[in-house]
Each structure stands twice: as C-alpha cells, then as structure tokens.
Design a protein around this ligand. Structure first.
Ligand code: HEM
Length: 402
C-alpha cells in the first residue's frame, strides 16, 4: 500500500491531486499527527461531514475570532447559527441579488477593465480577480468608493492572518492591527446607520431582527470582516481559476468565447476541478463512522473538498477539466446548489454562492469582450493548502480602445 502523503508538505502544496488520489484509494480515514486531526477525502465522507448535524464547526475559534473580533456564523451551530444566518441571508438571495447588486458588479468590473484594456497585458489576479470582490463588498455595504484601496489592504492582511500556517509573528501582529483599524473605521458608521438607515446592506444588518433580537455593533463588524475574507479570497481564486483553466484548454476557451451561455458551466467545472477552498474542519459530537472507519466524539475532522471533487465514484475522468461533462449540475440563477462540494453542503452552505456566481459570470463576460485574443504570457502556478488558487495570471491580448 502506498505510504500516506503529508498534506502539509511542500510537494503537496505544489500539486495536491496525486496525493488526494492516494488518500481516497488507500487512506480514506487518516490520522494526521501534526494537525491532530483525522482527514477524510472521499466524496461520500466529505458530504457526510457537511450534512450530518452531529458535526459542529466551532473548532475555527482559535483562528477566526482574533481577526474578526467575535464569533461569526461560520463558527456557530444550532439555533444561534440559524438565527444569525437568517439576519443576513436574504440580501444574498437570487431575486434580490440580481436586482440590487448586479449593476454594482457590472460597473466595478468595467472600471477595473478600463484601467488595463489599452495596455495589451495584465496580471488578472493582481488587477482584476483580487479587486472585484472587495470593491463589490464595499459598495454593497454602502461605503465610500474612496475606501477601495484601504479595504484592499485590510483584505490582504486578514487573509494573510488566516493563512499564516507558520504563525509568523509579523503576520499575526498585522492581522490584529487590521482588526482594530477596521473596528475604529466601521463601528462609528454602524452607529450612524442605526440612526439614519439607508438602503444598503450595512443598514439592513442594523435593522434586521429575528426572534426579537438584533446584531450588536461588534457582531456586524465581525460579519463584515468575515465577508471580506470569505467572499474576497474565494471569489478572487474562482475568477482566476476560470481563466487559468480555460487558457490551459484553448478549445474550451474558444467555445466559451463563441457561446457565452457556457460561462456558468466553466465556472462550475472550475469549482469542481480547482476549488478555492480545499480544507475545512469539523467536530463530531458523537462517535461517527466514515467509509474508512470510526472517529471518536470531540475529535477534529479535516475534510478535503479538493479530493472529494475528484472522486471517480462521483465524476467520470475526474482529473480532466471538461465544462461539457454530463455528470455536473450547474445550479441556476436562484440557486448555486450543484453536485460539486466547493460551496460545502448543509447548514453552512456558502451564503454568498449566488453573489460569487454573478461576479464570476459578469466579470468573465466583460473580460472576454475586452480581450479578444487572450493568451497566457507566462505559466501560472496554483498554491495554497487550505485555500488554493493562482498567485498570478499574466496574460497578453490585442488592446482594444475604451
Ligand atoms: C461559507 C466557499 C464566495 C460568504 C462558505 C463555505 C465554503 C464557501 C466552502 C463553508 C465553510 C464551512 O462550512 O466551514 C465559497 C466559494 C466562493 C465563496 C468557493 C466563491 C467561489 C462567497 C461570497 C461571500 C461568501 C462572495 C459573501 C460576500 C460566506 C459566508 C459563509 C460562507 C458568510 C458562512 C456560512 C455559514 O457558516 O452559514 N463559503 N464561498 N462566500 N461563505 Fe462562501
């Protein structure tokens, strides 16, 4: 039997997919000593950990609370989670989203493209993918466009803190400083919105009430910080991933360019093939049986989304990027639910899935319009263990006049 691969090794970071295959086939339930966690990799086991209510997600505490400044829905379970989620979820629903936020996405994407459309070359990560989701969150919250740059800095600092596997003290200090700066900026604005609410997401969070209770200023600040991290980094990696995958498969890029109704399929196949989030932790309240054996109550279970999405029991030729595959559900305009696991499943299913879908689809369409003969300028690497995506994606194209 092949030895169990180390999911924190440099080789794994360079290319986790061969290791995922070994895990699925030979070590479907693995104890990882350095992480003090069980690891599951088969589709059915990952789906079970998401769906079965015996699992809680409260073991994120050490990582999320210091930087967000409080508990967020990602860490809550049961009634408290359902109540908090109900306070924020309506604004991210399909009908509301399209009417209110699609124009914001379109304007932001067009403005970013205007900055490089006549240059003939661009790093799509640096100048587009990383910025669009953050700018859109600033706009949705009804904050000042002049603050885009400041939010970009906070975003980089927060995701740096969350991805700081080696606990570099400078990165920790920067993240904690950002949390304080963000609170000093946002809490006075939250207080103003409570008195003079507008039609923006921040005002709606101030007014939202479920079971007679509202979110505190600190709850709202923590949720906005979560939005930046959970909504920024993932969408960033999804936009870049779509283009990286299409550039590596020129016939599929040509097909999408010709028929833009294929963009949703390219998005969903990207989420299956190269999901932005690869690892998530859960904790069972009772002993639980997976296909590889039983884990005791109270232990940490790391679920590998990247491995589950390439499970041959679920997807034919799983290591092929194929937006025409017949075994992939794409969801629809009102639901992003599909059969890949990139948005998780069950109670913590991504609140922002439809927003991400809208951002990627609108962004991809406008980018294809602006870059008629888009091609890669240099190879682009994917990195990351918990979250994963291209660090850079330099492309060239014939410049089009604005
Ligand atoms: C939850 C992925 C975009 C907000 C999640 C979870 C995943 C995920 C896997 C579950 C986490 C867990 O169970 O521990 C993604 C991916 C995205 C994306 C792949 C882009 C392609 C967004 C956006 C937003 C957002 C745009 C909002 C601006 C959230 C929130 C949660 C969440 C608030 C917590 C939900 C809960 O705990 O009930 N996302 N996400 N996400 N996501 Fe996303």
């Amino acid at each position: 039997m092949p030895e169990a691969p180390d999911i924190l090794s440099p080789e794994f970071n360079a290319d986790p997919y061969p290791a995922y295959r070994v895990l699925r086939e030979h070590h479907p339930l693995l104890w990882h000593e350095p992480m003090q966690s069980y690891v599951v990799s088969r589709y059915e086991d990952v789906a079970k950990a998401f769906r079965d209510p015996v699992f809680t997600s409260n073991n994120y505490e050490w990582q999320l609370e210091p930087v967000h400044g409080g508990k967020t829905i990602l860490q809550l379970d049961g009634r408290e989670h359902a109540r908090r989620r109900a306070l924020v979820a309506p604004a991210f629903r399909g009908d509301e989203l399209r009417e209110r936020f699609e124009p914001l996405i379109e304007r932001n994407a067009a403005e970013l493209i205007d900055e490089f459309r006549s240059a003939g070359q661009v790093d799509l990560v640096e100048q587009f993918a990383r910025r669009l989701p953050v700018n859109v969150i600033v706009d949705m919250l009804g904050l000042d466009k002049a603050d885009y740059g400041r939010f970009q800095r906070w975003y980089t600092s927060i995701i740096g803190f969350l991805g700081n596997l080696t606990q570099d003290p400078d990165v920790v200090a920067d993240g904690l400083r950002t949390s304080e700066e963000f609170a000093a900026y946002l809490i006075p604005i939250i207080q103003q919105r409570r008195e003079n609410p507008g039609d923006d997401l921040l005002s709606r969070m101030c007014l939202a009430e479920v079971d007679g209770t509202r979110m505190t200023d600190q709850d709202i600040k923590a949720f906005c910080s979560l939005l930046l991290a959970a909504g920024g980094e993932t969408t960033d990696k999804a936009i870049a991933g779509v283009f990286r995958n299409l550039l590596a498969h020129p016939a599929q890029l040509a097909a999408v360019r010709q028929d833009r109704t294929l963009i949703p399929q390219a998005f969903v196949e990207t989420l299956r093939y190269t999901p932005p989030v690869h690892m998530i932790m859960r904790e069972p309240a009772e002993d639980v049986t997976f296909s590889g054996g039983t884990v005791p109550a109270g232990s940490t279970v790391t679920v590998l989304i990247g491995a589950a999405n390439r499970d041959a029991e679920h997807f034919a030729n799983p290591d092929d990027f194929d937006l025409f595959r017949e075994d992939l559900d794409t969801g629809n305009a009102f639901s992003a639910a599909a059969n890949h696991l990139a948005f998780a499943l069950g109670r913590h299913f991504c609140v922002g899935a439809l927003l991400a879908k809208a951002e990627v689809e609108i962004g991809a369409n406008l980018l294809l319009d602006a870059m008629p003969d888009l091609h890669a300028a240099e190879p682009s690497n994917e990195t990351g263990v918990f979250t994963r995506g291209p660090d850079a994606l330099r492309v060239r194209f014939s410049p089009v006049a604005a």
